[in-house]
Design a binder for this molecule. Structure first.
Ligand SMILES: [Zn+2]
Length: 247
């Protein structure tokens, strides 16, 4: 069947298809048809019932196929409407714009089905780019004088905002309120120039290989493979750091 030729569904049909009701109904019909056919074959029911069994099975299979085709069409429609939506620039200066766009881009495979399910249950929606709590229990990691001298300075992107200097006890709550589709538990967050550094990446690659890896404490031993997963830059002075989730 040509899926594009399917009729436009009303809201009830749409809800039923998203919820999977026609599939369930179709399966019940098929099972009933098989049951009737077996009972007829065993001689428990008269032969004409076999016709009813065949109709049940055929209608049930048709219902399942129609429902699945309609669901795929609804999904394709949702994906088409959301695929080009630009996440915009980062709403907080301690998350880089490129990282923000990368992490908040629409994912057809993950987001399409969730958006459809949210039409019948709005509670399924919260993990959007507006939901706060992207960084759970951030752990501040002030940069020491020795580390300041050791860190390399990178180019600062001129058109991106720098976090303002903040009181130490204000930084962690501000980080914890960060919105976005991240989920980093207990990120160790460099504090340099009296402000939180800006997160550039959630997985270090060659572009961030020259960042100074900060261990748990200024004098603690550092293993770059363990402690260098998150890449930062201080937008006050341009220094680059790498840290890890604290556990
Ligand atoms: Zn700095």
């Amino acid at each position: 069947m040509d899926e594009s030729a399917l009729p436009v569904e009303g809201s009830w049909t749409r809800f039923a298809v998203i919820r999977g009701d026609p599939v369930l109904g179709g399966v019940v019909l098929v099972v009933a048809g098989v049951g009737l056919a077996i009972a007829t074959g065993l001689g428990l029911l008269p032969w004409p019932v076999l016709g009813v069994a065949l109709v049940c099975g055929a209608v049930g299979l048709g219902l399942v196929r129609w429902s699945r085709a309609t669901y795929r069409r609804l999904l394709a429609d949702v994906v088409r409407r959301h695929a080009d939506v630009d996440p915009g620039s980062s709403p907080v200066p301690w998350v880089d714009d490129d990282l923000w766009r990368e992490r908040n881009a629409f994912d057809p495979e993950l987001d399409g089905p969730v958006l459809l399910q949210a039409e019948i249950d709005p509670a399924l929606r919260p993990f959007g780019r507006d939901a706060t709590g992207a960084f759970t229990d951030p752990v501040l990691r002030p940069v020491s004088e020795v580390e300041l001298l050791a860190a390399r300075t990178g180019t600062l992107v001129a058109d991106q905002a720098a976090p303002r200097p903040m009181l130490p006890d204000r930084i962690a709550p501000a980080l914890a309120e960060t919105p976005g589709r991240f989920l980093v538990v207990a990120p160790r967050w460099p504090v340099c120039c009296e402000r939180p550094a800006t997160l550039l990446t959630l997985r270090l690659d060659q572009r961030h290989a020259d960042a100074l890896v900060l261990g748990p404490e200024p004098d603690a031993p550092v293993d770059p493979a363990v402690h260098g997963q998150l890449g930062f830059q201080c937008r006050g002075c341009g220094r680059r750091y790498a840290t890890d989730p604290a556990w």
